[in-house]
Design a protein around this ligand. Structure first.
Ligand SMILES: Nc1ncnc2c1ncn2[C@@H]1O[C@H](COP(=O)(O)OP(=O)(O)OP(=O)(O)O)[C@@H](O)[C@H]1O
Length: 221
C-alpha cells in the first residue's frame, strides 16, 4: 500500500521554453486507481518517469509513503523502484528466447542473485490468473495479447505497492485490450496496490476510479 504526495514539481528539458511538467500539488491515497490522459506531448510519460524515479525532477517533492525520490541518488532510486514498483509498458519489454515463466522470473533473478522463496509459486499463480497455461511456451511464439498478460504477471510478481502502466492496451486488439484492462485493475485491487495508467483507451480509463488530465505539463482540475 503506497500513498503519493507531489509538491511544487517542475521538470525542465533543455531546449524547451516552458516546463515539460509543472504540478503544484497532487495527493493520491494508497490503493487508488488513476488514469492519466491528455494529448500527445502533454507530459504523461514524463510524469510516469518522475513517479517511478526514472526521471529526476528539476524542483519539488515526489514522496511515496514519505520517501522523497528527489532526495535519492540514482542507485538508491533503482533499488527503491525494484522493491516498490511494477511496470507495464506498451511494447512489453519481454525477452525472446525465454519462456513465459522465465520472463516473469527474470527481473527477480537479476535484482536478487537468488530467487527468493515463494516467488516461483507466485509467478505460476499469476500466470494462471492472467490465463497463460503453457508456462514453458517461448515468449516470441505468443500472441500480443498473451505477451501483455505475461508482462502484467511480471509486474505483479514481487507484490509491489505501486503499479504503473504506460499505454498498456495501445498495441492490442479490442478483446485483448479489454482482457488486459480487466486484469490490471482486478489484480491491483486484490493486491491493494496503487495503480497509475497512462492511456487513451476509453474502456481502460472508464475502469479506473479517477482521471488526471494533463495539458501542457499541467494538471487540469
Ligand atoms: N529528454 C527530453 N529532452 C527534451 N525534451 C523532452 C525530453 N523528454 C520529453 N521531452 C518533451 O517534453 C514534452 C512532454 O513529453 P512526454 O513524452 O512526457 O509527452 P506524452 O504526453 O507522454 O506524449 P505521447 O502521448 O505522445 O507519448 C514534449 O514536448 C517532449 O518533446
Amino acid at each position: 500500500m503506497s500513498d503519493l504526495l507531489l509538491r511544487d514539481v517542475v521538470v525542465r528539458f533543455p531546449g524547451l521554453e516552458s516546463p515539460a511538467l509543472a504540478i503544484p500539488a497532487l495527493d493520491l491515497p494508497a490503493g487508488a486507481q488513476v488514469a492519466l490522459t491528455g494529448p500527445s506531448g502533454c507530459g504523461k510519460t514524463t510524469l510516469i518517469n518522475v513517479l517511478t524515479g526514472l526521471e529526476r525532477v528539476s524542483h519539488g517533492r515526489v514522496a511515496w509513503n514519505g520517501t522523497d525520490l528527489a532526495t535519492l541518488g540514482e542507485g538508491e532510486r533503482d533499488r527503491w523502484r525494484a522493491a516498490n514498483v511494477g511496470l507495464v509498458m506498451q511494447d512489453f519489454h519481454l525477452f525472446p528466447g525465454l519462456s513465459a515463466l522465465e520472463n516473469v522470473l527474470l527481473p527477480q533473478r537479476l535484482a536478487r542473485f537468488r530467487l527468493p522463496a515463494g516467488v516461483r509459486d507466485e509467478a505460476v499463480r499469476l500466470l494462471g490468473r492472467v490465463g497463460i497455461t503453457r508456462l514453458e511456451q517461448p515468449i516470441e511464439t505468443m500472441s500480443r495479447g498473451q505477451m501483455q498478460r505475461v508482462a502484467v504477471a511480471r509486474a505483479l510478481v514481487a507484490r509491489p505497492g505501486i503499479i504503473v502502466a504506460d499505454e498498456p492496451t495501445a498495441s492490442l486488439d479490442g478483446a485483448s485490450g479489454a482482457a488486459v484492462a480487466e486484469l490490471l485493475t482486478g489484480l491491483a485491487g486484490e493486491a491493494g496496490a496503487t495503480l497509475i495508467v497512462a492511456s487513451h483507451d476509453p474502456r481502460l480509463v472508464e475502469r479506473l476510479g479517477h482521471t488526471l488530465r494533463l495539458d501542457g505539463g499541467r494538471l487540469e482540475s
